[in-house]
Design a protein around this ligand. Structure first.
Ligand SMILES: [Zn+2]
Length: 605
């Protein structure tokens, strides 16, 4: 549904608002003759609250700014709207603050700003189309389980998406599934990760990718990560990848070798900008792939041709011979196929900033050759480090969400743990940190439920809400305290997604449940759940089984289990049962399944 236009063209003595692409009004400063020095979006309405986004920091004459504000407020007032949320450039706030007032209740709100890896600075997010966002997140390679650190990019992208929706933006989100083309060590040559897993596990490629996609999705559900609009699989886009690569070759950006089709990185003047390096800098850091005939160390495979005559499970015909697409190519093709040639925000882990995303940009901008940046905002989350982590690891030596859950940690406590740090900070994971987050979430959930009283547990508490809707409800309830709190939540998130600040203010409020009436807590909790996905007011004490207490040594438990396995192997059921009972006295319950014995910590000791 197109937004109701509240603000239309306007001609004044000092400023002019005229229609411009796409869906915005261009602001001309008539006094200084500056054309298109700013813009105004037509605005949206929620209840009795209108939201209008403006950018006029490029306009120098104060009279022109005053006229822009007058044009907006008079048109909004004429539409019978009582309240206006005005989203401005930060640099502009003081000029507007000095002029708001009168019969229209105007609240100035800061615009969403994020750290753009391109240029390494915090910038206002201005999308291609007014009110809409195209968002692409690099997805998993589904050849094994995702470890805890692999989940951070999706919780981070989810925070971003939730904040955009909270600000009334329509988000089109894509996460790809890499089911071919990602080679061991992220290299250009060697074995495909999925194919290797298929061989190692003795299962078909389809079984492997289906299984690891499902477990990845299960983890996302447990973490309350909203699913994207599209889950493209790389294998479904191979013909388009071939076409894309052929265009690059036609335009002279790629050259064929026996090993495949290679992208000529020297042809892209801006190559390496995202990594913060120039071409020579990239050359220095480049791994030397043993590929005969490569022009530059940084050149990468768009297509890998199989020359060893060995039969692969995944291979396709192409102008460069039987082979498979390069990993970098996949993301360019899937994102452009679903979001259009240019879209707004591309996210991923920081490890992608130096190579994968550099190569995505190079090939996409070469393909488009329209002189415009392919994607305007590149956002990267920092690592979760496991240096200090000491706990049982599942098969394959990786630490999964399921391992935390087996220790009794609520999955949303892991989400909480991630939200307790800014996405741009490295986070050193320890088991103790997860246990602390579990306790913190349990306590927070209990306090919020207490504040909600009989309203706790209601389905409405997980209904998403926008800032404008929530403020409209605050106005209906006549509560400036609620409005202030909503604006405090908002301020933390739109300032580069400072989730840890949001949690800090929420924790303060939760200590005084009677500081707001129940009806106002309901609005506040809906807003918090919209932004954090923590499901507060819905989590019950029973959802929190006690986590593994410090007196239980995981290695000791694992040793007992191994001993018990040996006893079972020689059918010494009496010993196996005795060991089960011994573990039970330490609150460890065993469950024997065809895939092995699982253990849980039960009840308080
Ligand atoms: Zn990618």
């Amino acid at each position: 549904m197109p937004p109701t236009p509240l603000v239309g063209p306007f001609d004044g003595a000092s400023a002019r608002l005229r229609p411009a692409e796409p869906g915005r009004l261009a602001v001309d400063d008539l006094l200084l003759g500056a054309v298109g020095a700013g813009w105004v979006e037509p605005g949206t309405v929620a209840g009795d609250t209108a939201t209008v986004r403006v950018s006029t920091s490029g306009i120098t004459s104060p009279d022109a700014v005053a006229e822009v504000l007058d044009a907006i407020t008079s048109q909004v007032r004429a539409a019978g709207i009582a309240r206006l949320l005005l989203e401005t450039d930060d640099e502009d706030r003081d000029r507007y603050a000095a002029r708001t007032g009168g019969t229209l209740d105007v609240t100035l709100v800061p615009a969403l700003r994020v750290t753009n890896s391109l240029g390494r600075r915090v910038q206002r997010v201005v999308t291609r189309d007014a009110g809409a966002v195209g968002l692409y997140s690099c997805g998993p390679t589904v050849y094994s389980y995702q470890h805890l650190g692999n989940m951070r990019p999706y919780v981070f992208a989810d925070s971003l998406k939730r904040t955009l929706q909270w600000r009334g933006m329509h988000v089109q989100h894509v996460i790809n599934i890499t089911d071919v083309g990602h080679l061991l060590k992220d290299a250009d040559q060697g074995e495909d990760k999925v194919e290797e897993a298929s061989r190692a596990e003795g299962r078909s490629v389809e079984e492997i990718t289906r299984h690891y996609t499902q477990t990845y999705w299960d983890d996302l559900r447990s973490l309350n990560v909203m699913f994207p609009d599209h889950w493209p699989k790389a294998t479904e886009y191979v013909p388009r990848m071939v076409d894309f690569a052929a265009v690059l070759q036609d335009r002279g950006f790629a050259y064929p070798l026996p090993a495949g089709l290679y992208f000529d990185t020297a042809r892209q003047p801006g190559y390496g900008e995202l990594a913060g390096l120039d071409f020579d800098g990239m050359l220095e850091g480049a791994r030397v792939d043993p590929v005969e005939g490569k022009h530059h160390k940084t050149d990468f495979a768009l297509w890998r041709t199989f020359t060893d005559g060995r039969e692969r499970l995944m291979q396709w015909e192409s102008p460069w011979g039987l082979g498979a697409p390069g990993w970098h190519l996949e993301c360019s093709v899937m994102s452009m196929s679903l979001l259009g040639d240019h879209f707004d925000i591309h996210t991923g882990g920081i490890d992608h900033r130096e190579l994968h995303h550099v190569n995505e940009i190079a090939q996409s901008e070469a393909y488009l050759s329209d002189g415009r940046p392919w994607v305007r905002y590149w956002m990267h989350n920092e690592f979760l480090n496991f240096g200090g982590a000491k706990m049982a690891k599942s098969a394959g030596g990786i630490l999964r969400l399921a391992d935390l859950v087996a220790l009794g940690v609520h999955p949303l406590a892991y989400r909480m743990l991630l939200l307790q740090s800014h996405y741009g900070s490295q986070l050193a994971f320890t088991e103790q940190l997860a246990l602390n987050a579990h306790v913190a979430l349990k306590r927070l959930a209990a306090r919020i439920s207490e504040a909600l009283g009989a309203a706790a547990g209601g389905d409405g508490l997980r209904e998403p809400v926008t800032l404008a809707e929530a403020l409209d409800e605050a106005a209906v309830l006549g509560s400036s305290e609620l409005a202030d709190r909503l604006l405090a939540l908002d301020a933390a998130m739109v300032d580069d997604l400072h989730t840890e600040r949001l949690l800090a203010v929420l924790s303060d409020w939760s200590r005084a449940p009677s500081s707001l009436p129940v009806a106002e807590w309901e609005v506040l909790v809906r807003a918090v759940n919209t932004l954090t996905g923590l499901d507060l007011g819905r989590l019950r004490p029973a959802d929190f089984v006690p986590p593994l207490p410090p007196d239980i040594d995981v290695a000791w438990v694992e040793d007992r289990l191994a001993e018990r396995e040996s006893a079972r192997a020689v059918k010494d059921w009496a010993l196996a049962d005795r060991m089960r009972d011994e573990l039970a006295t330490r609150r460890i319950r065993l469950e024997d399944t065809p895939s092995g014995t699982h253990w849980y910590v039960t009840g308080e000791g």
